[in-house]
Design a protein around this ligand. Structure first.
Ligand SMILES: [Zn+2]
Length: 308
């Protein structure tokens, strides 16, 4: 197995990013002014979702036209171009200065992005990821990291330029290696200190450092966290993970040593599970152990290996 077969949450964005046109300020202003333009407001990183107020679906992203946003009293804020849906532009707007988010009440509600992802259809989750990651980057990049001057947004939100020096700043994506360590018919699952539930066991993961290949990061992280040496690393799939702007790079890593020594700081427990045991976990037959939710690539790395 080399590539995951399952479509992952936060992938499959249907919008045309219009990357060759968005640098044209006149084109951008025209698209923004068209009646068909829709804007998705984010309040303090939470997207607006349309849907039943009782918490019942179906839910969809709360794209509104500019006039409706204005009529509701939603404030102006940083706007970024998400892309084109047909010929109609789709933007996201940061409305974090809004004091009372309940004023959108008749239409829907602002919801935390992670639970929202579990409520939306696939293509909409991908748009949520794009908007959230981009707006969070803008919110943190108001000042130049070179000289401290103010920065302004250009190219529909895909670049910020400094007003005091020639520096240009581009949206950030932080690469994270996430890997299932395997040894023949067994795989290694671990419990991270940060997991709320004590039953959840998952793959290992860590940020790729400057000057490091994906394979090197995989081998280093696995050894640091559980003391196991790994050899061959195979790429499986990647998943945008907008918390705040990571890219999870999923891999399988073959163990060349078996003894586990957990680091005790990040990882509090780890052990080898047979393929049969993992299938039982997937079927809910293993009372003490559960996997992360299916929105996470970790779940699919484990499941596809177990079902091989
Ligand atoms: Zn500067």
């Amino acid at each position: 197995m080399a590539i995951l077969k399952t479509p992952l949450a936060f992938t499959g964005n249907p919008l045309d990013r219009a990357s060759e046109k968005r640098g044209d300020v006149h084109w951008l202003a025209e698209k923004r002014a068209e009646k068909s333009c829709r804007i998705l407001p984010f309040w303090r990183t939470q997207p607006l979702l349309f849907g039943d107020q009782e918490g019942q679906g179906p839910f969809e992203l709360g794209f509104l036209d500019a006039q409706t946003l204005c009529d509701l009293g939603v404030p102006d804020g940083e706007e970024v171009l998400l892309g084109l849906h047909g010929s109609a532009a789709r933007f996201a707007r940061d409305v974090s200065t809004l004091e009372d988010p309940s004023l959108v009440g008749p239409l829907g509600a602002f919801r935390e992005a992670r639970p929202a992802a579990a409520l939306l259809a696939g293509p909409e989750i991908a748009i949520l990821a794009q908007g959230k990651a981009l707006l969070e980057w803008h919110a943190r990049t108001g000042f130049c990291s070179v000289c401290g001057g103010r920065t302004v947004s250009n190219e529909g939100g895909y670049r910020r330029t400094c007003t005091a020096c020639p520096a240009e700043h581009f949206p950030r994506t932080d690469p994270v290696a996430i890997m299932l360590v395997t040894d023949g018919d067994a795989c290694l699952l671990a419990r991270n200190r940060r997991y709320v539930s004590t039953s959840i066991h998952s793959t290992l993961a860590g940020f790729i450092e400057p000057g490091e290949s994906i394979e090197e990061a995989v081998r280093r992280e696995v050894f640091e966290e559980v003391g196991v040496r790994t050899g061959t690393v195979r790429y499986a799939a990647a998943q945008p993970w907008p918390f705040p702007f990571s890219l999870m790079i999923g891999c399988y890593a073959e163990a060349v040593s078996k003894e586990i020594l957990v680091d005790g700081t990040e990882i509090v427990a780890a052990r080898w599970f047979s393929r049969r045991e993992v299938r039982d976990i997937l079927n809910g037959l293993h009372g003490d152990v559960s996997l992360p939710r299916p929105e996470a690539i970790a779940y699919h790395l484990v499941r596809e290996w177990a079902e091989e």
